[in-house]
Design a binder for this molecule. Structure first.
Ligand SMILES: *Cc1c(COP(=O)(O)O)cnc(C)c1O
Length: 219
């Protein structure tokens, strides 16, 4: 098996400078993250706030930490001082809490709205109409400490490429529609199993875990 360092290098070559690689390091030990760091990787994605905060405290300070998982409102305060991008905002209430906590630290937290593109019921996310309603609401417009910079989506976990193509195509079209109005510049779509399809559809941020760090062990 290739080393973490080799995997990072080959993703850097494949993605070039236009597509941001988020190295998804959830469940992985700090030594693995450091190996990726030493290969030049600076953007890491985690899905649990507590785990991310522990890693943030002990690893180099020039790492950009992306929260890619579902966020519970009562845990926002633990990451508000340092988080670089929150990928999965799914309701206005969460954005309000992010705004409040960002303000306490005198900073602006960048966010993405998670759009539900998969048919699976288990995945969170907003509909197109809900996203537009949020972006056009006075409540959001009056928030000075959060900035929605784009959209994130997860395709259905399936071998059916036609379905994944449909879901990514839908998300890209919504992104293109909202981009000029809301000054979007981030479209986060694609993971280990489907990032090549996402690239075809114009993603500019991929979240890759197991293809860099190997399979995860949740025990
Ligand atoms: C775990 C995770 C990933 C990475 O998954 P891999 O299949 O290991 O690349 C990407 N996005 C989200 C939201 C995740 O939770």
């Amino acid at each position: 098996m290739a080393s973490i360092q080799q995997n990072i290098k080959s993703f850097q070559d494949e993605l070039g400078t236009e597509v941001c690689l988020v190295a998804v390091s959830k469940t992985k030990p700090e030594s693995d993250l450091l190996e990726a760091y030493n290969a030049g990787q600076r953007v890491f994605g985690e899905n649990k706030i507590q785990e991310m905060t522990q890693k943030q405290e002990s690893l180099p300070k020039d790492i950009k930490w992306h929260m890619i998982g579902h966020v519970q409102t009562n845990k926002v305060k633990y990451m508000a001082s340092y988080v670089d991008l929150v990928h999965a905002v799914h309701k206005l209430k969460l954005l309000k809490e992010l705004n409040k906590r960002a303000k306490e630290h005198d900073r602006v937290i960048d966010c993405l709205l998670q759009i539900k593109i998969a048919e699976e019921d288990t995945k969170y996310g907003m509909s197109k109409d809900q996203a537009i309603e949020l972006l056009e609401s006075d409540t959001y417009k009056n928030m000075a400490n959060v900035n929605v910079k784009g959209l994130m989506g997860m395709a259905t976990f399936t071998d059916d490429e036609a379905q994944i193509n449909r879901e990514f195509k839908f998300l890209k079209a919504l992104y293109d529609e909202l981009k000029p109005v809301h000054s979007f510049d981030i479209l986060s779509m694609g993971m280990s199993g489907d990032y090549q399809i996402a690239l075809k559809h114009g993603t500019n941020m991929v979240r890759v875990g197991s293809s860099i760090f190997g399979e995860r062990n949740y025990n």
